[in-house]
Design a binder for this molecule. Sequence first.
Ligand code: NOJ
Length: 734
Amino acid sequence: MTLAAFALLTAAVLAWAEPACKVPRAAPTGTAAWTAAHSSAAAAVARMSQQDKINMVTGIGWDKGPCVGNTAAISSINYPQLCLQDGPLGIRFGTGTTAFTPGIQAASTWDVELIRQRGEYLGAEARGCGVHVLLGPVAGALGKIPHGGRNWEGFGVDPYLAGIAMAETTEGIQSAGVQACAKHYIANEQELNRETMSSNVDDRTMHELYLWPFADAVHSNVASVMCSYNKLNGSWACESDKAQNGLLKKELGFQGYIVSDWNAQHTTNGAANNGMDMTMPGSDFNGRNVLWGPQLNTAVNNNQVSRARLDDMAKRILAAWYLLGQNSGYPSINIRANVQGNHKENVRAVARDGIVLLKNDGILPLKKPAKLALVGSAAVVNPQGMNACADKGCNTGALGMGWGSGSVNYPYFVAPYDALRVRAQSDGTTLGLHNSDSTSGVANVVSGADAAIVVITADSGEGYITVEGNVGDRQNLEPWHNGNQLVQAVAAANKNTIVVVHSVGPIILETILATPGVRAVVWAGLPSQENGNALVDVLYGLVSPSGKLVYTIAKKAEDYGTAVARGDDNFREGLYVDYRHFDNAKIEPRFEFGFGLSYTNFTYSALQTTTTATITPGPAGGPTIPGGPSDLWDTVATVTATITNTGAVAGAEVAQLYLSLPPSAPPSPPRQLRGFAKLKLEPGASGTATFKLRRRDLSYWDTGRQQWVVPSGVFGVSVGASSRDVRLEGSLQV
Ligand code: NOJ
């Protein structure tokens, strides 16, 4: 071992043993890029006045600049006015920008290449608009409450899948030289009382569920993290020493900066001394109540906040800026630039490949029907205009995304009717339309058609907008606009009914599935601007559907075991959210996590498991790199399986690997997702699904030792087509 390596290791071991400190030091190790960025930052900080530093860490005030968040330029170091802009699916308020698919749709593809490309394109557009910090991706809400208003902004309720998507998206965005911002940190699971309630989360659950995907973002060198509105275990997230200094900066070795959610700061000193590094927007939404700026200056002068802490804030912000190379040749800010390029191709691919086929008795794919009928207000674009409702705060017309700050303008919008009409014309199909949710008169339109397609929706969003009585979170898990009755009315008049669902999250489908004449259910999710095109691609079999559910669809809402909390939320369900809960409590879901049909069939064979010498029981103990102890990220085992397309058409299969921990581990969910692979296969072709298991994938969080520990014994390995459709079983001995 070299002297330098020894020194780093010793520092890591020492840092490990210490309690969370108030002024975090830079993590013991980091990537070479961070090290270089921090040294450039330190040199710049040395040239800055105290006022410069205050300006760097304090937004200029709400609605005062070109972006949703802005800081002042600092001429002494050639630092520009920094632009922070929403958000996770494109450039908010852009007029020449792409409306990418929401995170939930990207996750539903389970396609890391598409997810990566989506991130790259997001980054390219942000850069083209001169946006320095793009406020995404989202891993909180994770989605433990199916009604949660903002679940659709993130990547589904499984932390492993969300973590992979966080990593790919962060790296994609940052490959364009744009700072990504992982949000909302942390345990921000509902909209009701989001600014007052406390999420009280036990240590193990925090690590294994809520922190997990943020660790992936940190491992991918995310530049910034946004602390959330809620309290964590009684402290505001933006002044939680444990969450910010303890977990993020020390345990995960996060090298970048923590920016507040807009107005999530509550005190001058509490935020500064507990790890927050930048306040946004710098004032309240009335332009008053400035908590840093002159207040922070006074606090530093009075030694209530140390000069070292202020320097650390500035250094972290500057390091992120240098890390992304934004110190040279960065475009000037123009949110209205036209930067779409060919990015709509990614939107269509994600919209299409995120569609999950839930039921099909053979009616799909359609084959040149003579007469088709299309039903529902969601079949056509909002009659007031595709961008008529500010921040998408209405559910009128076809649905492409939820509402709130995580929404963007559509540059164009292809509704189901627009795309079906084109296809019908080329096939010589007569297409009838009933573009309302009223049952009256619908029978006339659908009777006699070869098939009737009825489009229903469920919407949700951020709590500052109320839509049809839903204050962000959904009031229930029913389809909106009497969707059940509409489907019943259609199916009563046409026994070849196809139900298309555009939804932010699960809805209860029992009524619809029990309706005679409903022959197919197409879960089309949130397809953004390519809504209709993606649907037609799947309905007509241009591609086989290949999306899989990223949440469970229950038989009834109570089965989830979680609900929007009226006061504080004690997270009593612990690790048992979504499928972890259904499996543990032995509740039969209607459609399980990971489920999705295809137009073809796949068989699974030849499960093989190989382990490496590093697969030893016990705690991870490597030096801290961004993301945690370095050895957590090492591959310790590889599992492979052969997947064969045994059907008649091309298709893609998402093979999934679930692990069961050995009995020596504390009580744990029966099965947890720890790998997936999407294989595109021609009829008759076989491919190999390869699952690389990292040390972290085999570990549980040991609350006593405060370490990730690999338990000894026999791990169960289940590989299959969903969390319940296990096709191959094996084991791993540690
Ligand atoms: C509040 C939201 O929670 C956050 O996601 C967003 O980035 C900011 N507002 C800025 O619009």
